[in-house]
Design a protein around this ligand. Structure first.
Ligand code: ATP
Ligand code: MG
Ligand code: FE
Length: 336
């Protein structure tokens, strides 16, 4: 099967051609980061306009790179939520138009399912599986009893991990999106500030990052007021240590309650080197039988390939949409 997969939920316009759900023939990603950077975050209207400008170019590039035509395709897939409504609508409209014009089935895909299925390009997913899903808008532990079945067993009560990185990035003078640069700075510093690890001792699988964010901002502002300059590398290292510790400890707790075959790291924050190292080390000690699957860095951010991978599962189950498909900005998995 050849799937033409669309992703436009936030600030990446991406189209991919995926063979049998696990082989990338093309994965074109047009990012808008430069247009949003001066605002310190994604501006919805700006995002929609960029998607409109880019989408046909990206479709043509994806078909060309894969060396296929519309006649070769089996189906069209698209992220229909969660995300920015105006941004989602561009991908949904384009996918619907192509499905209609070329008489192709239309596969609706949840963006977060896409993030998890990015791991499929590393190796086949095996169930039951636990996903640590960490991105700009979500921080969740997702239990999958079988392919295409998602249950949230823990989640953030306030900020997402990526959101916390981006917010403290403003205080450190790191441009949006700040995660990658803070990760780099963290590796040059030491964990000297002892920031809080929220909720780790509590008997649940939820997260909270707003207290950490406030502690960080207060520390920097207080130093400013007394004319003291703090070491940026140490600040970054201390923040990252608190985020990573929390994510790893709650994941270990989840694995104790939910025996699984694989642990999948997913979402934009899955690019974090500190998190990848800590999870690798922790699992080797506490759960050596669980297979840790981490997608390559280039597939951790938003992309069409992950949408095509998740779409293939839906296609096998005949979960298809018709021309009434609409964007669902608040689309969510079920809770356990
Ligand atoms: P969602 O997937 O929840 O809808 P999104 O699509 O906007 O949100 P992603 O594109 O999946 O989010 O991830 C982007 C986030 O990942 C940003 O917050 C960014 O700072 C963060 N990020 C990227 N690289 C790293 C890194 N190396 N360390 C930490 N965070 C990172
Ligand atoms: Mg993005
Ligand atoms: Fe995302």
């Amino acid at each position: 099967e050849l799937i033409l997969a669309f992703e436009s939920s936030c600030d990446e316009t991406s189209v991919a051609v995926i063979e049998n759900g696990d082989r990338i023939l093309s994965n074109i990603i047009a990012t808008q980061i430069n247009s949003h950077q001066r605002f310190g975050g994604v501006v919805p209207e700006v995002a929609s306009r960029h998607h409109v400008e880019q989408i046909t170019l990206v479709i043509d590039a994806a078909l060309k790179e894969a060396d296929v035509t519309y006649d070769d395709l089996t189906a069209v897939a698209v992220t229909y939520g969660p995300g920015l409504v105006g941004a989602l609508l561009i991908g949904v409209s384009a996918a619907k138009a192509i499905a209609y014009a070329h008489h192709l089935p239309l596969i609706p895909v949840n963006h977060m399912a896409g993030h998890i299925y990015a791991a499929r390009f590393v190796k086949p997913l095996e169930f039951p599986l636990l996903a640590l899903l960490v991105s700009g808008g979500h921080t969740e532990l997702v239990y999958m009893a079988a392919a295409g079945e998602y249950e949230i067993i823990g989640e953030t009560r306030d900020d997402a991990a990526g959101e916390a990185y981006d917010k403290i990035g403003r205080v450190l003078g790191v441009p949006y999106p700040a995660g990658k640069e803070i990760d780099r700075l963290a590796h040059l510093g030491q964990d000297t500030f002892d920031f809080p690890r929220a909720m780790v001792k509590e008997d649940n699988l939820d997260f909270s990052f707003s207290g950490l964010k406030s502690a960080f901002i207060n520390t920097v502002h207080h130093a400013d007021q007394i004319g003291e300059t703090l070491n940026r590398e140490d600040l970054a290292a201390s923040f990252q240590a608190a985020v990573v510790d929390t994510l790893v400890q709650k994941t270990v707790k989840a694995l104790e309650q939910y025996p699984v075959k694989q642990l999948v790291l997913a979402g934009g924050v899955a690019a974090n080197q500190g998190l990848r190292e800590a999870l690798t080390n922790q699992l080797a000690i506490s759960s050596p039988d669980i297979d840790l699957v981490m997608p390559p860095i280039r597939l951790t951010g938003d992309n069409g390939a992950m949408v095509g991978a998740a779409a293939h599962v839906e296609l096998m189950k005949h979960h298809l949409a018709d021309q009434t498909l609409n964007a669902e900005p608040g689309l969510a998995f079920v809770h356990a």
